[in-house]
Design a protein around this ligand. Structure first.
Ligand code: FES
Ligand code: FE2
Length: 371
């Protein structure tokens, strides 16, 4: 089960990257993260060039990380700066350095071709840092493949069942969706006119009665979902309402586990610290419910016979479109990997004309209404 590598993934919270090296596996690539003395975050392959010992088990010496086995030291660019046992440094003594970008509390890593890393393509997460919004955060290791989290976020009818006692009610599956594809972003929008506020948020909103409720999952394939949610007066614009932005950074670890970085930002009751604490607890229950459901689903899928496939329904229109975009991105990378220059690790992303064509985002925007 490959991963799309020419992409930004959340590698860690900013506060997790310190002068103590930390190990993370991202898309099956072991990485060590640390902070240089000037405060900039560094990510290197977590495997010493000498004999493969994990660099994360070593220590920092100034801006270099010193391997804990025989003391080779590697700078922020991954180039070996010292071999204690001799004065010459073998030219092959270097480890991969990954492009990183820090924004709004998250450290993003680019796992593909370094020259294609464009920080302007990192999703908007400014709500985490905006004083007009209050934020609750969580991070989880999910015992399921990342694809199951994507499906989960694109089909929120599960809230009516998995989250029946927290954020779910019957309004969700009773209303249909509109799906839009724009390049590699898939948006699933659901409007629920004239209904009550979600049970978990109604008290913080301090409202009673009927509203137009909405949620739109915007999936920037392959790694990030922004859930635009809230309630507004009946027939009124969404921007006027009580708004929630849920930021979901989904980072594959391997074929059966992933990291889930989560930020829940609201524009109401932002001074209400008791409400923030209640939400922190309530949302952690919601995430526990998802984590357990997806763990069970992952186990069930591992024993599913070949030839038995999902039965998708109208509410899965966003799931289906996102899977297609993901497949196109994966196919583009595998075409590149199989290109004429294959045979070296660099050739994994060799740009052949066919690869470039396959790598182009799905051309036209498409809209489909189902429900
Ligand atoms: S394995 Fe790192 S210095 Fe020997
Ligand atoms: Fe959920």
């Amino acid at each position: 089960m490959p991963h799309v590598l020419n992409a930004w993934y959340v590698a860690a919270w900013s506060h997790e990257v310190t002068r103590d090296p930390v190990a993370r596996t991202i898309c099956q690539q072991p990485v060590v993260l640390y902070r240089a003395k000037d405060g900039s975050a560094v990510a290197l392959a977590d495997r010493c060039a000498h004999r493969g010992y994990p660099l994360s088990a070593g220590r920092l010496v100034e801006d270099s990380i010193e391997c804990g086995y025989h003391g080779f030291a590697f700078g922020c660019d991954g180039v070996c700066t010292r071999v204690p046992a001799q004065s010459t440094i073998p030219s092959r003594s270097k480890v991969r350095a990954y492009p990183l970008h820090e924004k709004d509390g998250w450290v993003w890593i680019w796992t593909g071709e370094a020259e294609r890393a464009d920080v302007t393509t990192i999703p908007d997460t400014h709500w985490m840092n905006d004083p007009a919004w209050a934020t609750v955060t969580h991070s989880y290791l999910f015992n399921c493949r990342a694809d199951l989290v994507h499906d989960n976020l694109l089909d929120l009818t599960h809230e009516s069942f998995i989250h029946r006692t927290t954020v779910g009610d019957d309004y969700i599956y009773e209303h249909g969706i509109t799906v839009e594809v724009d390049g590699t972003t898939v948006t699933v929008d659901r409007l629920m006119p004239g209904v009550e506020a979600p049970p978990l948020y109604a008290s913080t909103m301090g409202v009673e009665g009927l509203f137009d409720r909405f949620h739109a999952t915007e999936f920037a394939v392959p790694s990030h979902h922004t859930l635009h949610s809230g309630i507004t007066g009946r027939g009124r614009p969404r921007e006027e309402g009580y708004l929630i932005k849920v930021l979901n950074g989904i980072t594959p670890i391997d074929e059966h586990t992933c990291w889930y970085y989560y930020a829940f930002c609201r524009n109401f009751g932002i001074e209400n610290s008791a409400a923030t604490e209640d939400l922190r607890i309530g949302l952690s229950t919601v995430l526990d419910e998802d984590a357990e459901a997806l763990r069970l689903q992952e186990l069930a899928l591992q024993t599913r016979p070949k030839g038995e496939h999902d039965v998708l329904i109208a509410q899965d229109a966003g799931v289906a479109k996102a899977r297609r975009v993901m497949s196109q991105l994966l196919a583009a990378e595998s075409v590149a990997a199989a290109g004429p220059a294959s045979g070296t690790s660099e050739a994994r992303y060799a740009a052949s004309p066919a690869a470039a064509a396959a790598a182009a985002p799905p051309a036209a925007s498409a809209t489909a209404s189902v429900g």
